[in-house]
Design a binder for this molecule. Structure first.
Ligand code: MN
Ligand code: MN
Length: 461
């Protein structure tokens, strides 16, 4: 056979997904993206996600598993944990699980316990960054303040400032270039130090006789608005996030730029896929965990026992022969997280034969980790094949790849953590540009393929 024929027949042609869809599908993809952008605007923290998702699923008939006496096929359940993690279930005719797991925390700037300071007539909130950031990204851009404050009488006050039109936003002010000659010679990791990430919070002094006068005025305003004092600031959980709304990107509007898409793009698509999935043999679970960005530690992370606790409760209420642990052991899983797309501006960190490309579909990654495949779930070939076949029969556009060149660095997902139960699991998620930046960019086509992939996984019983 001629070379051309052989290549056409047996090579794996990987081209843009936009060339592989019809006009109707293109319209579907663009329509699908509109809701997603609203979702991103309204869910900038793990707490907001859990609160909004709960309200949504309750309106769809989901019931709190911890209040039920028994469960049966067709039931829709939720289990929310500490306002930061959530499990949703659609009960099938068998108690065996199929689960898709995403994380709902994103890199951000958390407040320090004693945040309020004053210098040169300016009041600041000191922050301690959360997750892997490039610190200079957070300078000179509008930030919004989200989170909760608790009073001594246990009142929980929700905080959101900087999102609505007319509300003030917050800024970390960078050095002017005119006086930055020395700064410009520094290594990028040293230009902005963690301690430099102090957010401007006020400038009006309360009176002229006190050196903490601007701070005093900020405390007065905080007390008027929230009824809190400085000690309450230490107890609260306040996070600064980019104040911008997600936007279409490109003259063709093919991409979406916005904060927190790692990993709320997977949270959104898996939530929607679960809601749209049919009740079949296996019980479908959607798992939303916290603290992934700081190594999956803590009681709301994938490493916490709340999943096992849920499984035990489920087994008991279902009157299953198996224990909760058995159910997890026998599960089939998808770790729903994003991967890095090849960026032509920084091509040398990618192996372009083995990178994921924007708009070539959802990416199935057999493994992640660092050089030498350390600390990763290296999925079995058998399971990869099973997932590949599910996606192919549902006509999902998919690709595969690695994060970057072997010795350039690396990153992980929660796949290896859930794999400790013994379940089969593999990473499936969309590629993105500028991961962990305040404005991550994804393709609308990949967004839709990710949704289709999770839905196909759930529906294949
Ligand atoms: Mn992630
Ligand atoms: Mn991440």
């Amino acid at each position: 056979m001629a070379k051309k024929k052989i290549l056409k027949k047996w090579s794996w042609e990987r081209k843009s997904g936009w060339l592989r869809i019809s006009k109707t599908e293109k319209k579907k993809i663009f329509d699908f993206s509109e809701d997603y952008k609203d979702f991103l605007s309204n869910n900038k923290t793990e707490r907001e996600f859990v609160e909004n998702a709960l309200a949504h699923v309750k309106s769809k008939g989901f019931k709190d598993i911890s209040r039920l006496k028994s469960i049966k096929k067709g039931d829709k359940l939720f289990y929310s944990y500490k306002n930061k993690a959530l499990i949703l279930a659609k009960v099938g005719s068998s108690p065996d699980f199929k689960l898709v797991a995403a994380h709902v925390d994103s890199p951000r700037l958390d407040l320090k316990p004693f945040p309020l300071t004053e210098d040169s007539d300016l009041a600041f909130f000191k922050s301690h960054y959360y997750g892997g950031i490039k610190k200079y990204h957070w300078m000179s851009r509008p930030l919004a303040l989200h989170g909760v404050l608790l009073t001594k009488k246990n009142k929980v006050i929700k905080v959101s400032v900087g999102e609505k039109e007319g509300e003030p936003a917050f800024i970390i002010s960078d050095l002017l270039p005119h006086l930055a000659y020395k700064q410009m010679d520094k290594k990028m990791s040293e230009v902005i130090q963690g301690e430099t990430l102090q957010i401007l919070i006020g400038n009006i002094p309360l009176s002229e006789d006190d050196k903490h006068s601007v701070k005093a005025n900020v405390l007065k305003l905080l007390n008027e608005k929230y009824g809190i004092d400085e000690e309450d600031l230490a107890v609260g959980e306040l996070e600064f996030v980019p104040a911008d709304k997600p936007r279409d990107v490109g003259i063709d509007g093919s991409m979406i730029g916005g904060y927190g898409q790692d990993d709320r793009i997977c949270a959104y698509t898996s939530l929607k896929a679960l809601l749209d999935s049919k009740v079949g043999r296996r019980t479908n679970l959607a798992l939303f965990v916290d603290k992934e960005e700081i190594g999956s530690v803590g009681n709301t992370s994938a490493n916490s026992s709340f999943l096992l606790n849920f499984a035990n409760m489920f087994a008991r209420l279902y009157k299953a022969k198996e224990t909760g642990f058995d159910l997890l052991f026998n599960s089939k899983g998808i770790s729903a997280d994003v991967t890095g797309a090849i960026n032509p501006l920084f091509k040398d960190v990618h192996d372009s034969e083995n990178a994921s490309f924007l708009s070539r579909g959802v990416s199935i990654e057999k493994y992640g980790g660092n050089g030498g495949k350390y600390l990763t779930n290296d999925s079995s070939s058998e399971y990869f094949n099973e997932i590949r076949n599910v996606l192919n029969s549902a006509k999902v556009i998919w690709q595969t790849g690695e994060l970057g060149k072997i010795d350039e660095g690396g990153g992980g997902t929660i796949a290896y953590i859930l794999a400790k139960f013994g379940m089969d699991i593999i990473d499936v998620g969309p590629p993105m540009l500028g991961m962990h930046s305040p404005c991550e960019v994804v393709s609308k086509l990949d967004l839709f393929q990710t949704y289709k992939a999770y839905r196909a996984f759930y529906n294949e019983n």
